[in-house]
Ligand binder design. Structure first.
Ligand code: NAD
Length: 313
């Protein structure tokens, strides 16, 4: 399969490398000049637990994607949420009417953004438990294992989605076909919408957050806001089960010692966060549906205030 990775940062490098190793024709698209230079000069380096891979993959900046590039079968979208629209504005030349897009971003509302560029019939949505980091330009740190859930937005996209599933299976990415990926996306948004923002503002790891006397109250209230808004969109979240999934991460043997990605992006690297697509999206949708979401609103504002203080880019 000819596959473009739109956003070849940490996660894009992981998925791109694993798909390439399984024999697919993979091109990377990214706008970070040092990353492009490093990959062109030395290849993309993937540091797995027990081995290292160097893959000489073609990488283009979006401006280099021009009309004479042939179209691809699949685009895997892996920018940060706030970068998705700009990416799809730029990569139109490799998208034909047959091209499918598989969106693996965290957060809510990406179906609306992608529908501006791609017919719904050609959109696949997913969530993943795989993780990845970047040790530097061209150098991905790929420890741990994970899985991917995927489902076509429109029933007519199912046959191609099953082909994608097989391709991901052969690449060892552990995909499963989901009958309700929107539920999984909301559930993951609840986990990110509690731990990401709260640990970032409280400046603590997940175990320390979980040990707070107020933790249960905060989680329950925020998940309740997500659930009220999701219900209007036809998703009935099992709140006790979602809360249990959040609380399971407190264990130091699970993810307790981990600082969530939003913490790492904002506090450590002064990068803008995806808050507008998590708590901010619930706040916005809540306003549209006349549902009050004060905790999501406050957390979104606090994170934006912290971005301002740290001059996040
Ligand atoms: P990242 O910042 O490492 O990668 C995003 C890449 O996209 C960057 O390299 C950036 O240069 C590139 N990019 C952004 N806008 C662009 C544009 N207009 N044109 C070209 N390139 C552009 O982010 P990430 O950690 O890989 O996360 C990507 C998505 O996956 C996010 O939604 C994140 O929440 C989700 N996610 C990440 C992990 C993880 O462990 N890193 C795990 C699960 C889900």
């Amino acid at each position: 399969m000819k596959i473009a990775i739109a956003g070849a940062g940490a996660m894009g490098s992981r998925i791109g490398l694993m798909l390439h190793q399984a024999g697919n024709e993979v091109i990377l698209i990214d706008r970070w000049p040092d990353h492009i230079k490093a990959i062109r000069e030395n290849g993309l380096i993937g540091e797995f637990e027990d081995h290292k891979v160097v893959a000489h993959l073609p990488i283009y900046s979006p401006e280099e994607i021009v009309e004479d590039h042939t179209s691809v079968d699949l685009v895997v979208a892996l920018t940060k949420s706030m970068q998705l629209r700009a990416m799809f504005q730029d990569i139109q030349p490799i998208i034909s009417e047959k091209t499918f897009v598989f969106c693996l971003l965290n957060g809510l509302g990406h179906d609306e953004t992608l529908s501006e560029f791609i017919p719904r019939e050609n959109i696949i949505f997913g969530t993943t438990t795989w993780t990845a980091g970047l040790a530097g330009p061209g150098h991905a740190s790929l420890v741990g294992t994970g899985s991917i859930e995927m489902e076509n937005l429109d029933p007519s996209g199912k046959a191609f989605t099953l082909e994608v599933l097989e391709v991901f299976q052969k690449a060892g990415l552990n995909p499963v076909y989901s009958n309700n990926v929107r539920y999984s996306i909301w559930k993951k948004a609840c986990i990110n919408g509690t731990l990401n923002g709260l640990c970032t503002i409280l400046d603590c790891n997940i175990a320390d957050f979980g040990s707070l006397s107020i933790a249960g109250d905060l989680i329950e209230t925020i998940v309740g806001e997500f659930a009220s808004v999701a219900e209007v969109e036809g998703i009935i979240l099992d709140q006790p089960q979602v809360i249990q999934a959040i609380e399971a991460t407190y264990d130091v043997k699970a993810q307790g010692l981990h600082f969530p990605s939003m913490y790492q992006d904002l506090i450590r690297n002064h990068r803008k966060t995806e808050i507008d697509y998590i708590n901010g999206a619930v706040w916005q949708k809540g306003m549209n549906y006349q549902i009050s979401t004060p905790y999501c609103a406050f957390l979104t504002q606090l994170i934006h205030a912290k971005e301002e203080l740290l001059e996040a880019k």
